[in-house]
Design a protein around this ligand. Sequence first.
Ligand code: SF4
Length: 280
Amino acid sequence: MPETRVAPAQLAAASPYELRVNLGKHMPESDVRSALASGDMGFLHSFTTGSTVDGPGVRVVAWTAGCMWRCLYCHNPDTWTMSNGIPITVVRAADELKKYRYGLKIMSGGVTINGGEPLMQHRFVVKLLTAAQAMGIHTTIETNGYYGDRLSDDELDSIDLVMLGIKTWDQERHRRLTGVDVAPTLEFARRLAARRRPVWVRFVLVPGLTDGLDDVERIAAFTASLGNVERVEVLPFHQLGRYKWAKLGIAYTLAHVEPPSQDAVARVCDVFRAAGLQAY
Ligand code: SF4
């Protein structure tokens, strides 16, 4: 597999809302497959620094390319395709992280791997997070949990915090919203609970799609029953990624949906709090 040279300016992004396409298109399919199998190379949409919304403290975020879900409200559809990402060796990615290790410690932060869906490249993710832990950097992934069973118990220990997205409880609505079943996500949540791994649950509030209070109550009851969820983050739907759907030529069905009101967000937070959870 050829060594990949990535200019720092190419990897860094002001925000994940930058549209990025075809950055790994030159890689032969066989090289992509062998990179995924070994984990020696991954495909990143970008690196961003200074995030205060992707885990505890201030964080460097590696945004991975590749996702098998098709959420109707996805704000990064350019991360769905692996070949849109920049191929980067795990050694190079770890070197990039190394630059920030002291600053991250001072700011009680760490590294978060987000996506896309990080576990599409689970071997790369585990290698990168193991290297980060060896540098004393706190490690987090944000995941939809669908491929949680790809991680061994030992590999789970390379992740200090899992931020798990639970989209909706209702099976049929989950399929409509994401294209897949919710069961593997819930199964991963149970496994993390059984191993007492720290988890934050993330819930995107989309008016008309995920705001049914019965549905939220069931997610809250399930989440509270796990016993390892440190907090719940209620994320209001927004339209920041809408332009990407247009640029990529993908039909976007939520153009008419307004972000939820502050009152609606507060009501949903209250449902989680009533179940005994910390919700923000
Ligand atoms: S799981 Fe995340 S990256 Fe994948 S489609 Fe859904 S919102 Fe987008």
